[in-house]
Design a protein around this ligand. Sequence first.
Ligand code: SF4
Length: 356
Amino acid sequence: MSDFATQIIHWHHQHGRHHLPWQGADAYRVWLSEIMLQQTQVATVIPYYQRFVDRFPNLSDIAQASEEEVLEHWSGLGYYSRGRNLHRAAQQIMQQHGGIFPNLYSDILALPGIGRSTAAAISAFAFQQRHAILDGNVKRVLARFCAIEGYPGDKKIEAKLWQQADRLLPQNEIKTYTQGLMDLGALICTRRKPQCVRCPVQKNCAAYQQQRVASLPTPRQRKTLPEKSSAMILLISDNQILLEKRAGSGIWGGLWSFPEIQGCFPEIEQSQHVDAYCTRHLGLESKQSYVSLPMFTHSFTHFKLHITPLLLHLPGKPKQMSELGKLWINLEDALGAAIPTPVRKILKSVQMLRQE
Ligand code: SF4
């Protein structure tokens, strides 16, 4: 076994995390946790995970639920394609594997939403199989330990990191090693202020020896993110607000949001534009008076969205707004629906306004 693996395993026995709720659980729960942990930290994941397994104790419960309900339980965790893929994967497992989570690496890899590293982590934790992981934390550890320059998201650099991940893999104790490597990245070899003095692999760490820890891994060359604007129309009648279901793919696919006008308009044109939109798409009479709530910005990985919420109280509910894909819902209940984070934020500010 490489020194690296031995040291990681030894360190994990003494200092690693041993009480995460999915540790030692069945393959279904391991899979669920690994999907939730993609792009999300452990502390954030734990309450979502617990709520999820309370509602969906078995894989078949997810497969039988509607996508809507799965997304409701995902609401707030972000990267919603993970929730949609989870639902699709559960159905695929029911159809192709008789409802039993597959134990072959190639079958796991073939499920929606599972890449090479996630398949390896599930194989290691659920089936003690030997495959290398390379998630964001592990990329950082290996880029430093092996002093690999270049942005780890670049294909060539990623290929070098995979080579190292495979090379360092031990023959035995794969579960402990995999968890140890994850824990080292999360607790010791952190992005900012890594604790090299407490690190079990410090002696052989190239970045540490060469005093290059602060400059590795090489950061991505920052491009300025494109910016977009949209107006979200908040229609309120009695104590209910109108939500619209978004198309199944794309940003916030399958979630509930507000009627939205995309584009960037000067303020005066915006009111005309909003008026025309509401007349055409929502069947409202023209010249409504909207209240603009403060504009805020939501950042996605590839663009920034400036959102202006426009509030309008209606005396009644026009017929056009009871179509399929549109939902009048009590303000309090709306917070429990499958909604993205900015919609949640707007709903809370509307609630506060009404309490004032
Ligand atoms: S010595 Fe420092 S940089 Fe090297 S692996 Fe350990 S924590 Fe990371």
